[in-house]
Design a protein around this ligand. Structure first.
Ligand SMILES: Cc1cc2nc3c(=O)[nH]c(=O)nc-3n(C[C@H](O)[C@H](O)[C@H](O)COP(=O)(O)OP(=O)(O)OC[C@H]3O[C@@H](n4cnc5c(N)ncnc54)[C@H](O)[C@@H]3O)c2cc1C
Length: 532
């Protein structure tokens, strides 16, 4: 059987970082296993291709949640990236780190080494920011990020409107203070997506000590007693096994890392027995503590400004967009979907921003679906630190069966209040002087929605994920923690989890940069442990 020092499962945001950093010295052999295909689909790399990968069966796992009581028993579509780069190959490219307080909260909960001062150097190390080096940013890292190449008149009007209602302009959401309105930075370089595969795996592909195997679906962690010693995977109908001399590292994401632990006998014993899985280690937190950002998409019909809807619907518009991108790497193709953001507080008890907006100069009934046949725009708003908690659990012993996902959105009074207040804020913003004559009609929720009950009903009927599931292999020191602050699975040897699932609480923003930071730091922890 082939032996590697490290076997990493999942080539997504985290797995790609680890593959690069652990193989960099040349001293350790590393195997990166990825269930999906290589990333040679052109629409992965053109930012607006987001719409093309949203439902693509090869590059997207296309999960659905269970019927969710808080969402009028609707099953919510949960896309997850499949293939080299994982979700970083299909995400919305928005670069947000979260708030310093998020990480200080992790540290205060017992996760020493994860406070803001500890993690900031890892954000900086990962970053190749087109703005150059500063106290907040790096320019020598692998992960390219840059400013949106062109301002949009509608986005500029939204920024002016927000300032008219008292929101400060913010030119950098990643410099300590998130509050304000402005354009986002994107994970792009010269108008192309910079996924984790592009940033971290491609430059390391020729290293003799790194092997990347695609189409390899890990089905089980192999244990010798309480020590992880390898992984079994399926590839083209055949089962293979590899050994890990030092460690097995799960980076399969917030849905599939807990799924793989449970399939391998690590989880709540009673649940595993019920599914017929022999118990290796009774660890009740596996799959619990699921958190996500729920997006409420307020949409408007637009007048007096050309929106991306108009450009996408006309042949000339598409040709113009294509030419702009081909010649100058600018225009809508270089941007993806969302251009600008806004962070503010709507609950009186909040000390830091509690909601985030994503503004798109485009509208569609569902994220990634066909644009409306009229000029439109979207204010997508989400609560940043939801209290609602859900779970992920295997349905059977079959490793290829999708697990049960129960988000339990809007299951606490605070989350419901925040949803209502965020929709009220959105109305206030839309009524700002600079947006009069531009936002001519509120399509959703629509003018008939006015009371708290109306807004909550809208959230339950139309709310959807903004794609940030996390927390299902929580880092911590209490009995519900799955990994310790060095990301080692508690009670087992030679097994770590490094991905979005280890977040004890969801960060106040998008999750790709935080996962990249987690993996950068994890690589140091792993290499430190080799020396000790
Ligand atoms: C549609 C969408 C839009 C998003 N937009 C943004 C955004 O604009 N900005 C932002 O910061 N974040 C965004 N996110 C979130 C962000 O991309 C994710 O939080 C982040 O990529 C998660 O990283 P990860 O390493 O935890 O998991 P992933 O990147 O999902 O990687 C997991 C990898 O493991 C593989 N895998 C799973 N199971 C197995 C198995 N059994 N065997 C082998 N391989 C396996 C998967 O195929 C995948 O490649 C978005 C996500 C999505 C889906």
């Amino acid at each position: 059987m082939t032996v590697y020092d490290y076997v990493i499962v999942g080539a997504g945001s985290a797995g790609c970082v680890l593959a690069n950093r652990l193989s960099a010295s040349g001293r350790h052999s590393v195997l990166l296993l990825e269930a999906g295909p290589v990333d040679n689909y052109p629409w992965i790399h053109v930012p607006i291709g987001y719409g093309k990968t949203m439902f693509h069966p090869d590059y997207n796992w296309g999960f659905y949640t269970d019927p969710d009581p808080g969402m009028n028993n609707r099953r919510i579509y949960w896309p997850r990236g499949r293939g080299l780069g994982g979700s970083s190959s299909i995400n919305g490219l928005i670069y947000v780190r979260g708030q310093p307080e998020d990480y200080d909260r992790w540290a205060a909960a017992g996760n020493s080494g994860w406070g803001w001062r500890d993690v900031l150097p890892y954000f900086i190390r990962s970053e190749k920011n087109s703005r150059g080096v500063s106290a907040w940013h790096g320019a020598a890292g692998p992960l390219a990020c840059s400013d949106i190449p062109e301002r949009h008149p509608l986005m500029d009007a939204i920024i002016r409107g927000a300032m008219e209602i008292g929101i400060p302009e913010n030119h950098d959401f990643n410099a300590g203070n998130q509050e304000g309105v402005g354009y986002y930075q994107l994970f792009t370089e010269h108008g192309m997506r910079c996924s984790s595969a592009v940033a971290y795996v491609n430059p390391a592909r020729n290293r003799g000590n790194l092997r990347v195997v695609i189409g390899a679906h890990a089905t089980r962690i192999v244990f010798d007693g309480m020590r992880a010693v390898g992984v079994e995977y399926r590839q083209q109908g055949f089962t293979h096994a590899v050994r890990a001399a030092r460690e097995v590292i799960l980076s399969a994401g917030a849905i599939q890392s807990p799924q793989l632990l449970q399939l391998s006998g690590v989880g709540r014993a009673a649940m595993l027995q019920e599914k017929g899985v022999p118990v290796v280690h009774d660890l009740s937190g596996v799959g619990e503590n699921l958190q996500d950002h729920l997006q409420l998409r307020v949409m408007f019909k637009v007048g007096n400004v050309t929106t991306t809807n108009d450009e996408l619907r006309s042949v000339w518009g598409r040709m113009r967009m294509g030419l702009k991108w081909a010649l100058f790497r600018t225009g809508p193709l270089a941007i993806g979907i969302n251009q600008g953001g806004l962070f503010t507080k709507v609950l009186p008890e909040s000390v830091t921003p509690d909601i985030q907006f994503h503004f798109a100069t485009l509208s569609a009934d569902m994220a990634g679906a066909e644009p409306h046949p009229w000029p439109g725009c979207t204010f997508s708003v989400c609560q940043l630190r939801p209290e609602s908690r859900g779970r992920v659990a295997i349905r059977s012993r079959d490793p290829l069966e999708a697990p049960s996902i129960q988000p339990n959105y809007l299951s606490t009074a605070l989350d419901q209040r925040c949803a209502i207040e965020s929709l009220r804020f959105s109305r206030r913003l839309a009524a700002a002087p600079s947006l009069r004559g531009i936002l001519i009609d509120e399509y959703r929720p629509g003018p008939q929605a006015n009371s708290d009950d109306d807004f909550l009903a809208f959230a339950r009927e139309h709310g959807a994920t903004i794609f940030h599931p996390s927390g299902t292999c929580k880092m911590g020191t209490d009995d519900t923690a799955v990994v310790d602050p060095r990301l080692r699975v508690r009670g087992l040897a030679a097994l770590r989890v490094v991905d979005c699932s280890v977040m004890p609480t969801l960060v106040s923003g998008n999750t790709h940069a935080p996962v990249t930071m987690i993996a950068e730091k994890a690589a140091d922890l792993i290499l430190e442990d080799v020396k000790s």
